[in-house]
Design a protein around this ligand. Structure first.
Ligand code: MG
Length: 247
C-alpha cells in the first residue's frame, strides 16, 4: 500500500513537471524593457556609438591640470599623449560615476629604474581610486602595487603585462561607492579590470581612496568626479580613451 502511494505521488510530480515543460513557451518570454541599440566599434579598441571619447589622439581638449590650474601640459604626438615629468597629473573636464572605461597605455621601451620607479602612472577613478599603471614585465614590486592592482588594496589575479614599449589595454567596469546623507559610506565601490584580455580584478570591492601611506579612507565625495591620470615622473603614454556612463 505504502509503495503504491509513493508511486502515485511520484507520478503526480512527473505529470506536473511534464505539463510545465510542455506548456506555453511564451509564459517565460520577457519583452520589456527592450535593450537600446549601441553600435559597437570595428574592434574592441574603437568607441561604441554611445561612448564619450576622452582622447582620440588629436588633442587634450577634454583634459586639464588635476589641480585645476590651467591646461593639461602633456605631450601629444603620434596619436598618443605622454606624461611630461613635473607638469602634473591631468583630469577630465567631465565627471563620471558608474562607468565602463577603455584605456590603452604604454610604458617606455627604454627601461629605466626598477620596481615602482619603472613606467609608473595610474588611473584614478573618481579622482580617488588608483588602478595602477606600471611596467610589470619582469619587474617585481609589492603585489598590491603592480600593474592591474588597485594600489595598495587589491592584488591583481594575474600578471598580464606586455613588454616595455608595447601598447596595453585596460577595460574597466566600475561601480562608484555610495554615501549616506550623513556622509558615511553606504556601499563600497566595485571594480572589474581586464588587462590585455585577461581578467585581473573580478568585481572586487574597493576599500577606499588610495593612500600612499596608511590605510584607505572613505571620505565623502560627489556622485560623479573627474578621472585623473598620474604624473609619476615617467614618460608613460596613453591613447584610445573612452568611457560609457552606466545607469
Ligand atoms: Mg601609479
Amino acid at each position: 500500500m505504502k509503495k503504491q502511494l509513493c508511486f502515485a505521488i511520484a507520478a503526480l510530480y512527473a505529470g506536473s513537471f511534464l505539463y510545465a515543460q510542455n506548456g506555453d513557451p511564451k509564459i517565460t518570454e520577457v519583452w520589456n524593457p527592450e535593450p537600446r541599440i549601441v553600435t559597437p566599434g570595428q574592434t574592441s579598441a574603437d568607441p561604441p556609438s554611445d561612448a564619450i571619447v576622452l582622447f582620440d589622439g588629436s588633442d587634450l581638449s577634454n583634459w586639464e591640470k588635476a589641480d585645476g590650474k590651467g591646461a593639461a601640459a602633456w605631450k601629444v604626438e603620434n596619436k598618443a599623449m605622454t606624461v611630461v615629468k613635473g607638469s602634473g597629473a591631468i583630469r577630465t573636464k567631465q565627471s563620471f560615476g558608474d562607468c565602463q572605461l577603455h584605456i590603452e597605455w604604454r610604458t617606455p621601451a627604454v627601461v629605466k629604474g626598477d620596481g615602482q620607479g619603472r613606467g609608473n602612472s595610474g588611473i584614478f577613478l573618481m579622482s580617488n581610486y588608483e588602478l595602477q599603471v606600471l611596467d610589470g614585465y619582469k619587474n617585481r614590486t609589492y603585489s598590491n602595487g603592480q600593474a592591474g592592482s588597485i594600489y595598495k588594496q587589491l592584488i591583481p589575479l594575474a600578471n598580464a603585462s606586455r613588454k616595455p614599449g608595447e601598447w596595453q589595454t585596460y577595460d574597466v567596469i566600475f561601480t562608484a561607492p555610495r554615501f549616506n546623507k550623513d556622509s558615511t559610506l553606504k556601499s563600497q565601490g566595485r571594480i572589474t579590470v581586464i588587462h590585455n584580455g585577461v581578467l585581473v580584478q573580478n568585481n572586487a570591492a574597493i576599500l577606499g581612496a588610495t593612500q600612499y601611506i596608511g590605510i584607505p579612507t572613505n571620505t565623502f565625495h560627489k556622485e560623479k568626479e573627474p578621472l585623473i591620470l598620474q604624473d609619476h615622473g615617467n614618460p608613460v603614454s596613453f591613447r584610445n580613451i573612452w568611457v560609457r556612463e552606466l545607469e
